[in-house]
Ligand binder design. Sequence first.
Ligand code: AMP
Ligand code: GLY
Length: 415
Amino acid sequence: MKILLIGSGGREHALAWKIAKNDRVEKIFVAPGNGGTAIEAKCENIDITDIDELLSFAIGESIDLTIVGPEDPLTKGIVDKFKEKGLKIFGPSKRAARLEGSKSFSKDFMKKYGVKTAEYEVFYNHQEALEYLNKCPYPTVVKADGLAAGKGVAICENKEEAVKAVNSFMIDDIFNGAGQKIVIEEFLDGVEASILSITDGKTIIPFISAKDHKQVFDGSKGPNTGGMGVSAPNPFVTEEVLKDFEENIMNNTLQGIREEGFDFKGIIFFGLMITKKGSYLLEYNVRMGDPETQSVLNLMESDLLELIESALNEDLENAEVKWNTGACVNVVLASKGYPGSFVKGYEITVDNEVKDKVFIAGAKLEDGVLKTNGGRVLSVVGIGKTVEEAREDAYKSIEKVNFKEKYYRSDIGLV
Ligand code: AMP
Ligand code: GLY
């Protein structure tokens, strides 16, 4: 099989590594890929990101299956375009991808199908949004409707902060249109969990739970990032939480997908807030999480390609996903300064003994030398019987991966 994998993050390096394990896979083209997929078994990077060019490439190379990593091409309709040409592709249609691409769309979907979520109001009009801020309880949460690269959510402690957020989203237009419509919602206090899952539109199979660490500094302080590390399973996701999730979030979501007639053969990722009053859905993502994928796939014993094929054949009902009973922790090594400004181009050295524990994200291969090229540079993975063991393993390996201005949180996996 020839596979086309779209994306360039640590998530895609982990996906490529996992898919390559299947003996039927001959070649994986990664578009555009990174310094890790450049040297991963069976992989070759191709420098294409435009959807029409990807389509021409897939036709020209007789690609057997395309797998889409990030949300951007999904919300732009890459799945519909590939399918029109009779190509096999794993991911939701443009319509279904709005579950991630539009917050108001996804909140209305949750409400319609009784998925447990925070109370909210949608605003198109700046004046009405400001009036609402006079009477809503604080803290409150202001969200840009469209995609804003993970920066579109402002937690506001008081009216002054909320007015500032609403003005910057709606008037200053800091998200280039994505904040013209906004959602203002109830603040929920609790701990977060990421539950990635696979669906064929008829069945949803949840993966092992994961705990992202979104803020840049230890103790979950400082600005939000794309994610500084992940432990899986998430210690807060007990049997009871899982049952609540299935009954009040997952099953209702599936019913909604069916009733709306969504063409959804892909990944659905539930971002949960576990509170004293049970679990609430904060958001859907229609793709794997990054860096959740790096931990989750390291614990997946089943063959991912076969699972994807089963979803494409609408046969997940008969599929089973096997998991390692232990734990995995991945710690992100970032460039100092991230998520603000940082310097790129430093050489990265990885000792041989930890080579298979490193998943590359923002780094590229230049004349055979791996160099930093982004904020989140790579993830180092540790495995163990418990999260504590996995954590120790990951932090031991970090010492064997070096580059100038290497920064990482020291508390990933600590509860
Ligand atoms: P989202 O993009 O909707 O997942 O929001 C990004 C982050 O903002 C989440 O991971 C939470 O940390 C936080 N967040 C979003 N909605 C809420 C809420 N209603 N209450 C508290 N925190 C929230
Ligand atoms: N790590 C969170 C995300 O991928 O959205």
